[in-house]
Design a protein around this ligand. Structure first.
Ligand SMILES: Nc1ncnc2c1ncn2[C@@H]1O[C@H](COP(=O)(O)OP(=O)(O)OP(=O)(O)O)[C@@H](O)[C@H]1O
Length: 579
């Protein structure tokens, strides 16, 4: 909690003002029963109207001050709590942006969203409430008791015995509630997770007629959230009847003994009224106090979840004095690279060594799961190699600034991901400075221009969330255009032409040559591989062959089998790059 409270440091002044105003309100609240006693005993009982008018006007005056203080306090409290939440969200977002993939693997996406929204809101509400009433409730309880003692010690003792017992009970219940609240938040993560998967996989769910299964999954997560919340709230709600029972009991006792004392002349009517008044105010403050502790239990659980994200060490660290890679030639070299995914034990890449000359095209072929996408991710440092080195123009990628490195790489992932916005914006996303002419040029190279101009709004066509209104091949080509507009030195295509027909793909590959960048293309199609300068064969994370189509057709049984699987038995003997 302290870690999160440090976000309030810049707002010390508004906090001080808000707290001062709270104290002012409190002072008025504590003073009022005393004034009321004075009006009853010295004015009403003695039939002195001037005392009633004088102190009556005074009471209205200080109530007005309390009213204005309350309004100004609310203003400062809401401004401070909103700014606090803004700062926390900003810091969290920055942290998540800096996360490496292995960092991200630690947190579920849905959980990160819940933390950024629900948990931050919980803290924001607590900050607001703290500035409005946090100080007031406990102080009202303490000073209310003191004032009651000042008015009449004997009658006040009935309050003094009850209140510490109640406060102890409240604190005990709320400490228990904290753990329960944390699990409520975890259950909320589950609901969000199921919702997220459900919405993004809606087409698949409908196509497989799995809505019943998905609905059951959602019902289960929802039920768990409800059950856990109900258990938690039941515990919390137990406090209110206990509180009212004890406080009303002590008020009854004050009335009983007070009336006896008034009859015997040991107490005045005004004193009894004042103590009852303090008791009622303290009851109100106690119920607010229990509410505060409940919010604090929730806020503590939320803080813990936020601190978990904020204090996660980013494990992809930039070199303190990064090497410069002003404008790479584009030679890519892997030397004895090994890689194991964080949290797993299996080596996905083993002693991988190969190089690609600047400006050349390398096709990568391998069975599914052989480690092709994994080795791709080491080049822009989405992950770091566990051992060995990945270098560009003989500079180890780990020694280069991440920005400088990534600016020179055009990466088209296996799943073409587009953002909500126009086609133009999506292509421009790769390079904010690209002109319309450049956008059209890369779209032409990516073989998507002709398709775009057939849309009624052409480049201004809005792409729905994740590109729902486009075909797989259209999305792939827009993603390629987005990578090309960066004018990259190294272009990484992870099976990014899989949805294209052979003719369109051939045109696209021929166009790519114009960009003179080093192109590494993962593919399963022999025709695509044949268009490259050389072909890298991967099996179980190991390089098992590197050469041209002709060389591998002669020397690699693995390659021969792939060719035969696509062109028929014995095909490796006659399928050539010119065919
Ligand atoms: N984030 C991850 N955490 C743990 N293991 C992973 C992760 N991503 C991939 N793997 C494992 O690494 C291995 C290589 O996966 P990779 O995606 O590199 O294969 P691939 O050759 O690109 O496969 P495909 O052709 O099907 O895309 C697989 O066994 C996979 O299970």
């Amino acid at each position: 909690m302290l870690r999160m409270l440090s976000f309030l440091k810049p707002y010390r002044l508004p906090i001080a003002v808000a707290l001062f105003l709270t104290l002012l309100e409190l002072a008025v609240e504590l003073w009022q029963p005393l004034l009321m006693a004075k009006i009853i005993d010295e004015g009403i009982l003695k039939n002195d109207l001037s005392v009633v008018i004088k102190w009556g006007i005074f009471m209205v005056g200080i109530s007005l001050i309390a009213f204005i203080s309350g309004i100004v306090n609310s203003f400062f409290a809401s401004q401070t709590s909103q700014s606090f939440a803004y700062d926390v969200r900003k810091e969290l977002f920055g942290k998540i942006q800096a996360f490496s993939f292995s960092n991200l693997q630690k947190f579920e996406t849905a959980s990160l969203i819940t933390r950024m929204t629900y948990d931050v809101t919980q803290l924001q509400n607590t900050v607001f409430m703290s500035l409005r009433i946090m100080l007031r409730a406990p102080l009202l309880i303490v000073f209310g008791m003191i004032m009651a003692l000042v008015v009449n010690i004997k009658l006040a003792l009935m309050l003094i015995i009850t209140i510490p017992l109640l406060v102890g009970f409240l604190i005990y219940v709320m400490t228990k509630a904290r753990k329960l609240f944390q699990s409520v938040q975890d259950k909320l993560d589950n609901v969000n997770g199921v919702m997220r998967e459900n919405l993004s996989g809606m087409r698949l769910i409908k196509a497989f007629v799995r809505w019943k299964h998905e609905t059951n999954r959602f019902f289960y997560a929802n039920q768990q959230l409800k059950d856990r919340t109900v258990t938690t709230l039941r515990l919390i709600e137990l406090t209110m009847p206990v509180l009212l029972l004890l406080m009303n009991g002590s008020i009854l006792a004050i009335l009983w003994f007070g009336s006896i004392d008034v009859n015997t002349g040991e107490a005045q009517v005004g004193e009894v009224v004042a103590i009852i008044n303090y008791a009622t105010r303290i009851t109100g403050a106690l119920s607010v106090f229990s509410w505060i502790i409940m919010h604090f239990s929730r806020a503590r659980a939320s803080s813990q979840r936020l601190v978990e994200v904020l204090d996660t060490e980013v494990d992809l660290i930039e070199n303190n004095e990064p090497n410069s890679l002003p404008r790479a030639e584009g030679n890519v070299t892997f030397k004895n690279v090994e890689f194991t995914y964080p949290g797993t034990k299996t080596k996905v890449l083993q002693k991988m060594s190969f190089s690609v000359e600047a400006g050349k095209t390398l096709a990568v072929l391998g069975a599914t799961g052989s480690g092709k996408s994994t080795f791709f991710q080491l080049i822009p440092r989405l992950y770091d190699a566990t051992s060995g080195s990945v270098s560009i123009d003989d500079v180890d990628v780990k020694s280069v600034s991440l920005d400088e490195l990534r600016k020179q790489i055009g990466f088209v992932p296996q799943e073409a991901l587009l953002f909500t916005g126009t086609i133009k914006e999506n292509i421009k996303w790769g390079n904010q400075h690209a002109s319309m002419d450049e956008i059209i040029e890369v779209a032409k190279s990516a073989q998507i221009h002709e398709t775009i101009i057939k849309f009624p709004l052409q480049y201004e066509t809005i792409i729905g969330q994740k590109g729902v209104n486009l075909s797989g091949g259209q999305k792939q080509r827009i993603s390629i255009a987005r990578a090309l507009v960066r004018n990259p030195r190294i272009l990484l295509l992870d099976d990014s032409t899989s949805a294209l027909d052979l003719k369109t793909e051939a045109k696209l590959l021929a166009e790519l040559r114009r960009y003179k960048c080093t192109t590494i293309i993962i593919t399963s199609k022999i025709y695509t591989a044949m268009a490259a300068d050389s072909i890298l064969l991967i099996e179980d994370g190991k390089v098992i062959g590197l050469g041209s189509h002709e060389e591998l057709s002669e020397t690699s049984p693995f390659y021969q089998k792939v060719v035969e699987s696509q062109f028929g038995e014995g095909a490796h003997k006659y399928v050539s790059a010119n065919s």
